[in-house]
Design a binder for this molecule. Structure first.
Ligand code: NAP
Ligand code: F7E
Length: 345
């Protein structure tokens, strides 16, 4: 019989890549969607239209803060696997909305774990842990034993959920895993994360409809991989014989400046002519440097990243050039306001 998976946060970057992967493997995928005043399913619209008749992809209104809806979903769907991807995932925003970020990141995960505990079925659980938990002060490759030193409400909430996931594994013999993922990006990355903020602006700069882009700390260094590779690792974690915690990373770190260099070079542009910096994009407590050691995932899961840093940058730059072409058409027809001159993050 085909397996059933429940994905929270299915409308996000990873939710969309993971749904694609699981449907391709024959899963029946259920995803949670938050009700919003405007439709927020653009990343999964293709899947919705392809699979609406087969029932292989089903969406349910739910919010992680509504533990009753979470419990009902788990009881009704009785999934084989649960991937908890939902979170307020923007680090800078977490300083402005610390309570909401913390509630979603902590109580949401706990509601899921409790629902599984009372279900009369062995369910495999994946928690989306983050490299942000390490805090970025150690300039060395970080592994599953490296100390946590959270520097934002977001990171602190992820540490709580990480520890709870481990605690449920140890206390109740539940199949609970933490995937400690370093930054992973794609053409579907949210537009206020730095990589996508850059490639989205770059496409418009190439077409002459945007002049400048303002960023924050260009010296921050991240271990950036491709989201499509990382969702494969999430799935592999739940297929492993025993539950555990694994890091997914590339083993390389690059500064924001290096990202800019490769992206702008790709279109023969000099990034320094277009980039401004402002204190307003600096965080109250910056994570300066992250570099991951994925050797445990390589050994146990036979997982390795497939996409190089420069391939990732160019993939995003090319995709956003196509989007910018659509922006230009709409702009020429006066159907679009150039709000990109005032990005918020
Ligand atoms: P994302 O694009 O920001 O997606 C987050 C998802 O969570 C969206 O579907 C969002 O719904 C949903 N969500 C937010 N608050 C919710 C709530 N209260 N109830 C239910 N759903 C809620 O994030 P992502 O990049 O795909 O990341 C997936 C997960 O991995 C997140 O938990 C993130 O913290 C974690 N993570 C990400 C990275 C990375 O580099 N991408 C690295 C490590 C860990 P809306 O669409 O309605 O906003
Ligand atoms: O920032 C610097 C910024 O917002 C990366 C999330 O998926 O990955 C992500 O968190 C770096 C930081 O991602 C701007 O200061 C400079 O040092 O793209 P980001 P993040 O904070 O690393 C982790 C693993 C997660 O778990 C999170 O959910 O870039 N930076 N200038 C900027 N960042 C932004 N957003 N905007 C700027 O203008």
């Amino acid at each position: 019989m085909n397996k059933t998976a429940l994905i929270t946060g299915v409308t996000g970057q990873d939710g969309s890549y993971l749904s694609n992967l699981l449907i391709g493997k024959g899963y029946e995928v259920h995803g949670t969607v938050r009700r919003s005043s405007s439709i927020n399913t653009y990343r999964i619209d293709d899947l919705i239209s392809k699979h609406q008749d087969s029932g292989n992809f089903q969406l349910h209104y739910s919010d992680l803060m509504d533990s009753s809806s979470i419990n009902t979903l788990v009881q009704t769907i009785q999934p084989d696997e649960i991937y908890n991807l939902a979170a307020q995932s923007h680090v800078m925003v977490s300083f402005q909305n610390p309570i909401y970020t913390t509630q979603t990141g902590t109580l949401g995960s706990l509601s899921l774990l409790e629902s599984i505990r009372y279900l009369d079925k062995d369910v495999k659980f994946y928690q989306a842990s983050s490299s942000e938990m390490f805090g970025g002060k150690l300039r060395e490759p970080l592994n599953e034993s490296s100390p946590f030193d959270p520097r934002s409400p977001y990171a602190a909430s992820k540490v709580f959920a990480h520890n709870m996931t481990k605690m449920y594994r140890d206390s109740y013999e539940m199949f609970c895993t933490n995937g400690i993922l370093f930054n992973h990006e794609s053409p579907l990355r949210g537009q206020t994360f730095v990589t996508r903020k850059i490639t989205r602006a770059l496409g418009r700069i190439v077409l002459g409809i945007q002049e400048k882009l303002t960023l924050g700390n260009l010296d921050a260094s991240r271990d950036w991989g491709f989201a499509g590779d990382y969702v494969e690792g999430m799935w592999k974690m739940l297929q492993h014989n025993d539950p555990d915690d694994w890091i997914l990373a590339t083993g390389e770190t690059h500064t924001v400046k290096e990202f800019l260099e490769i992206a702008f070079d790709h279109f023969n542009l000099d990034w320094e002519k277009y980039i401004l910096t402002s204190e307003k994009y600096y965080r109250p407590n910056e994570v300066e440097y992250l570099l991951g050691d994925y050797s445990k995932a390589k050994k146990d899961l036979n997982w390795e990243p497939q996409t190089s840093f420069s391939e990732l940058v160019k993939m995003m730059a090319n995709s956003d050039l196509e989007l910018a072409k659509r922006d230009k058409v709409l702009l020429d027809e006066k159907l679009l306001t150039p709000t990109w001159e005032h990005p918020k993050y």
